[in-house]
Design a binder for this molecule. Structure first.
Ligand code: G6P
Length: 609
C-alpha cells in the first residue's frame, strides 16, 4: 500500500504535496518523492530513501517552484527501498506515481526492453511510465496514451500521471486501489483518500472501479473502463467523516468488500518476495515447521472458518495434521497437548475472550503460540509468542469481510512456508504458489465486477425463509461462512453443509421454495458436487451455482442462476469465491432493509464468554 497525490495549483505546490504525503504516511514510508513541472516546463523530480523528512530536507536544499505536481510515499513491493526505486518514475515524456501491483509487469518489461526501452529501476511501476512513453512517442495524446496503457495492465492499482509541457493536466486511474478527486477554487487535486486532500478541500469525487480521469484546473472529466465519459457525484466530506470515511459506499460493509483487492495485496507483500517468487515471513518463527507433528488452530466465528480453510491448505501443501476447534469449546474441553507443539489463533480484533483464554491455556501447556490478528496492539497480539499480522485496516462493519480474506491470505502463505520447510513443496511449487497468491488482488477485482448480477440474484434470495449453502473440500468452510454472513445481516435462516452430507439429513428440507447455493469451482472433486446438485434438482430445489468457466460448461444441471468466476489455481479459490458470497449476503440484507453495519444482537468484538 502506497499513498499518491497530485495537485494542479496556482502557487508552488511542493510544500502542499509534502503536507498531503504526511497524511498518507500511514500507507508506507520506505521512500518518498515528488515531481513538478518547473516554470520552464521541465519535469523535475526530488526523491529520497526513508521517511518523508528526508524528502523535506532535500527540498530545502533543492527547492521546486512548479505549480503542478505529483507525489508519492512508498511501501516497497517490487525492488528495495532505494532512491532509484522511489516514485515518481519518469521518462522524457511522462512521470507516474503508483499504488498497487502491476501483475503482468514481467511480460511488459520484456516486451519494452525488446523495443529498446531502458529501465532505471527494479519496480513494476516503471513499465507503466515506459508504456505511456511508447504511446506518446508514436504520436498519441496523453489521454490516448494512458487509455491504451491501462488496457495492457493487469492487477490492482491507482495511478497519477504528469506530462512535461502540459502545465494544466494530470491524469489519474483506479482499478482495485482507491483514488479520489478533490475540487478547489481554480485548483484541483487527486489523492489516495479524502484525508490526504482535507487541507485543501472537502469537495470530493470518489472514482469508481475501472475509472480514469483527466484533471485540469477548470475541473475533471471522468471516463469509465470502456473510455465513455461518465458523471460521478461530488460529495461534501465532513470533518468527522474524515476519521472513518465510507467513500462512495452506502455502508462500511460495502466499502470493506471493495477494499479487498488493495488490502489483500498490502497484506501479501508482507509475506511474499514478489521479485524472487518466494515466501518471506515478516518474522522468523520461534519454531521449526519441519519438526511439528501437529498444528492446533483455534478461533471464533468468521475467523474460525478462515482457520478451517487453512486446515485444508496445511494438510495438503505441508502434510501437517491440523486439529481445529472453536475457542469456546477448546478452552473448556481441556484438550491434552504436547509441549513444544504449535497453536495458531486467528482473530480480527485480537480481543475475543474465548480465543484469548485458549491462547493462555496453550501457553500454560508449553506450546508455541502464533496469532493471525488484524489489530496489532490487541491483547492476543501482545500475548502470542509470534504475530502474523493481517493488514486489512480498521474493519467497521460488524460482519467480517476484508479481515476474513486477509486472514486467508496470511494462512495460505504460512501453509506454503510450512510445505517448503517440511520438504513437501519444491522450489518450483513454491514459485507457482507465490505467483498464484500474487495474482489475488487482480482476481478479487474481477470477482467484484460480478456485483450487478449478484445484486439481481439477491432480490430472489430476499424472498426466501431458509437458504442452504453447499461446498466440498476447501469450499466447505466457505459454505459455512456464506450461511453465517447471510443470517447475521439479513436475518434469513441459512445453514452451510459439506455437499456430501446433504443426503444425511438436509435433503429432507429441499423443496421448490428452498434456494441452494452451491460453491463448486472446477476442482478435482467437482464431479462429486455435480452429483449432489443433481440430487437437489431432482427434488425441485432452486440451485444457485458459483463456479468457474469450466464448471459452468460441464455442470449440466438446471440452475436458477450461475455466477461464473475466472478459472484460477485451486489454492486461491477460497479467497476469490468469498467475494460473490459476501456480496450476496450484503445485497440481500440491503433489500431486507436491515441495519447492515450493525446487525441486531451482534458485536464486533466479543470480550465476554
Ligand atoms: C464476533 C464478530 C465476528 C467475528 C467473531 C470473532 O462474533 O461479529 O465477525 O468473526 O466475533 O472475532 P475475532 O475478532 O476474534 O475475529
Amino acid at each position: 500500500m502506497c499513498g499518491i497525490i497530485g495537485i494542479l495549483g496556482r502557487e508552488p505546490v511542493a510544500a502542499h504535496l509534502v503536507e498531503s504525503l504526511k497524511r498518507l504516511e500511514y500507507r508506507g514510508y520506505d521512500s518518498a518523492g515528488v515531481a513538478t513541472l518547473e516554470p520552464d516546463g521541465v519535469l523535475t523530480r526530488r526523491r529520497a530513501e526513508g521517511k518523508l523528512r528526508n524528502l523535506e530536507a532535500r527540498l530545502v536544499k533543492e527547492p521546486l517552484a512548479g505549480v503542478i505536481g505529483i507525489g508519492h510515499t512508498r511501501w516497497a513491493t517490487h525492488g528495495a527501498p532505494t532512491e532509484d526505486n522511489a516514485h515518481p518514475h519518469a521518462t522524457d515524456r511522462v512521470a507516474v506515481v503508483h499504488n498497487g501491483i502491476i501483475e503482468n509487469y514481467r511480460e511488459l518489461k520484456d516486451e519494452l526492453i525488446a523495443a529498446g526501452h531502458i529501465f532505471a529501476s527494479e519496480t513494476d511501476t516503471e513499465v507503466v511510465a515506459q508504456l505511456v512513453d511508447h504511446q506518446l512517442a508514436a504520436g498519441r495524446t496523453p489521454q490516448q496514451a494512458v487509455a491504451a496503457t491501462l488496457k495492457r495492465l493487469s492487477g490492482a492499482f491507482a495511478l497519477a500521471f504528469l506530462f512535461p509541457g502540459e502545465d494544466d493536466l494530470i491524469i489519474g486511474a483506479r482499478r482495485g486501489s482507491p483514488l479520489a478527486v478533490g475540487w478547489g477554487d481554480g485548483e484541483m487535486y487527486l489523492g489516495s483518500d479524502a484525508i490526504a486532500l482535507a487541507p485543501f478541500t472537502d469537495r470530493i469525487t470518489y472514482l469508481e472501479e475501472g475509472d480514469w480521469v483527466v484533471v485540469r484546473r477548470c475541473g475533471a472529466e471522468v471516463h469509465d473502463e470502456h473510455d465513455a465519459i461518465v458523471a460521478r457525484p461530488v460529495a461534501i466530506v465532513t470533518a468527522s467523516a474524515f476519521q472513518v470515511d465510507r467513500g462512495n459506499h452506502r455502508h462500511f460493509m460495502a466499502k470493506e468488500i471493495h477494499e479487498q483487492p488493495e488490502v489483500i495485496g498490502h497484506t501479501l507483500v508482507h509475506y511474499l518476495d514478489l521479485a524472487a517468487d518466494r515466501i518471506r515471513l515478516p518474522e522468523v518463527p520461534p519454531f521449526d515447521w519441519a519438526k511439528l507433528d501437529r498444528l492446533t488452530i483455534v478461533a471464533c466465528g468468521t475467523a474460525f472458518y478462515a482457520g478451517l480453510t487453512a486446515k485444508y491448505w496445511f494438510e495438503r501443501l505441508a502434510r501437517l495434521p491440523v486439529e481445529i476447534d472453536i475457542a469456546s469449546e477448546f478452552r473448556y474441553r481441556e484438550p491434552p497437548l504436547t509441549a513444544g507443539g504449535l497453536a495458531l489463533f486467528v482473530s480480527q480484533s485480537g480481543e475475543t475472550a474465548d480465543t484469548l483464554a485458549s491462547l493462555r491455556y496453550c501457553k500454560a501447556h508449553g506450546l508455541h503460540t502464533a496469532a493471525v490478528v488484524n489489530v496489532s496492539t490487541s491483547t492476543i497480539a501482545r500475548e502470542a509468542e509470534v504475530v502474523f499480522p493481517t493488514l486489512a485496516g480498521p474493519e467497521i462493519g460488524v460482519a467480517s469481510t476484508k479481515a476474513y480474506t486477509c486472514q486467508l491470505a496470511v494462512l495460505a502463505a504460512l501453509a506454503v512456508a510450512a510445505g517448503r520447510a517440511r520438504g513437501v513443496l519444491s522450489a518450483e511449487d513454491e514459485r507457482t504458489l507465490v505467483r498464484a497468491l500474487g495474482d489475488l488482488p487482480g482476481l478479487v477485482s474481477k470477482a467484484l465486477r460480478l456485483e450487478p448480477k449478484v445484486e439481481r440474484l439477491a432480490r430472489q434470495i430476499a424472498k426466501a425463509k431458509d437458504v442452504i449453502y453447499l461446498g466440498r473440500g476447501s469450499s466447505y468452510p466457505l459454505a459455512l461462512e456464506g450461511a453465517l454472513k447471510l443470517k447475521e445481516i439479513s436475518y434469513i435462516h441459512a445453514e452451510g453443509y459439506a455437499a456430501g452430507e446433504l443426503k444425511h439429513g438436509p435433503i429432507a428440507l429441499i423443496d421448490e421454495t428452498m434456494p441452494v447455493i452451491v460453491i463448486a469451482p472446477h476442482d478435482r472433486i467437482f464431479e462429486k458436487t455435480v452429483s449432489n446438485m443433481q440430487e437437489v434438482a431432482a427434488r425441485g430445489g432452486k440451485i444457485i451455482l458459483i463456479t468457474d468457466e469450466r464448471g459452468a460448461a460441464e455442470a449440466a444441471v438446471p440452475t436458477l442462476e450461475t455466477i461464473v468466476l475466472p478459472d484460477m489455481p485451486a489454492t486461491v479459490m477460497p479467497l476469490v469465491y468469498a467475494v460473490p458470497v459476501q456480496m450476496l449476503a450484503y445485497h440481500t440484507a440491503v433489500f431486507m432493509g436491515t441495519d447492515v453495519d450493525q446487525p441486531r444482537n451482534l458485536a464486533k468484538s466479543v470480550t465476554v464468554e
